[in-house]
Design a protein around this ligand. Structure first.
Ligand SMILES: [Zn+2]
Length: 274
């Protein structure tokens, strides 16, 4: 993957111009990447919406669940993805940012049949994560991104950072918190920033906690369930772990440890001493 003449080139990448754009970005920008989800049911639907002149919205890139990447606006041109936005003293993020839309249904409601998106489609529990949104206090249900999508976004951001003076990666939910909840807690935004923008870490000590180094832990409960995802409703991936079992802890999120013990899975942090 590489950027040439303000276009991303490589496998599964196509260009389809959206009429929804304005002038060129000024010198010295883009300096920011804004991450979004499409809040829809298909990448084709998202692309056609973002190319519809009546809707007046666009983004530079759309990432499908099928590993497809579609560029709609050149990186030196203003796309219309952020809307009214403000963060750390700056407004109107369209004027200096690259917008990346990821095909994802967004927030889901639990019902008897499963987990339902706002447009009525039902999702199975394997495609759902329960987590607390950074702007909310209660845990809710969210459509999972595919691992390929997350990997592609990391790769694309790396290329953008190589090519442009990118200083900041933010979620739409952070620059328009009263209106927007995308990309939501299913997207590893903090990990993306700390991994790719290492200078942020030095300036802002609060980000340092997010960098996780592997460590060992011991199960303190008599029996501890090991689950496919970091929430109580997720299915167990193996018989419960016995008290005293030693674990390699790979990662941590919202009170859960991702552990490796024959099977990889998630255990509640409360019952592990490390
Ligand atoms: Zn958005």
């Amino acid at each position: 993957m590489e950027i040439k003449n303000h276009r991303l080139k490589g496998k599964n990448i196509k260009y389809q111009e959206s009429p929804n754009h304005s002038g060129k970005l000024k010198n010295g920008v883009p300096d920011t990447i804004v991450i979004h989800y499409t809040s829809g049911g298909s990448v084709e639907g998202a692309i056609s919406t973002l190319c519809n002149p009546i809707i007046k919205a666009s983004a530079h890139l759309v990432i499908g669940r099928d590993k497809s990447i579609t560029q709609l606006v050149n990186f030196d041109t203003i796309a219309w993805h952020a809307g009214r936005s403000s963060y750390k003293g700056r407004n109107s993020f369209n004027n200096f940012s690259i917008g990346i839309e990821i095909d994802n249904a967004g927030k889901l409601e639990k019902s008897e049949a499963g987990y339902v998106a706002w447009f009525g489609r039902n999702y199975q529990s394997k495609d759902v994560i329960k987590a607390v949104h950074r702007n909310q206090s209660e845990s809710t249900y969210w459509h999972k991104y595919t691992e390929d999508q997350i990997e592609l976004v990391f790769e694309i951001c790396e290329e953008l950072i190589k090519t442009y003076p990118i200083e900041l990666i933010v979620g739409h939910e952070e620059i328009a918190p009263s209106r927007k909840i995308d990309p939501g807690p299913a997207f590893p935004l903090d990990k993306l920033r700390t991994r790719l923008l290492s200078h942020n870490r030095a300036e802002d000590g609060s980000d340092e906690k997010i960098v996780f180094t592997q460590k060992m832990g011991v199960v303190t409960a008599n029996r501890l369930n090991i689950r496919s995802d970091p929430w109580l409703g997720a299915k167990t991936v193996a018989p419960p772990l016995a008290g005293g079992t030693e674990l390699k802890i790979l990662d941590e999120t919202n009170g859960w440890y991702h552990v490796d013990i024959v099977h990889k899975g998630w255990v509640s942090k409360k019952y592990v001493s490390s």
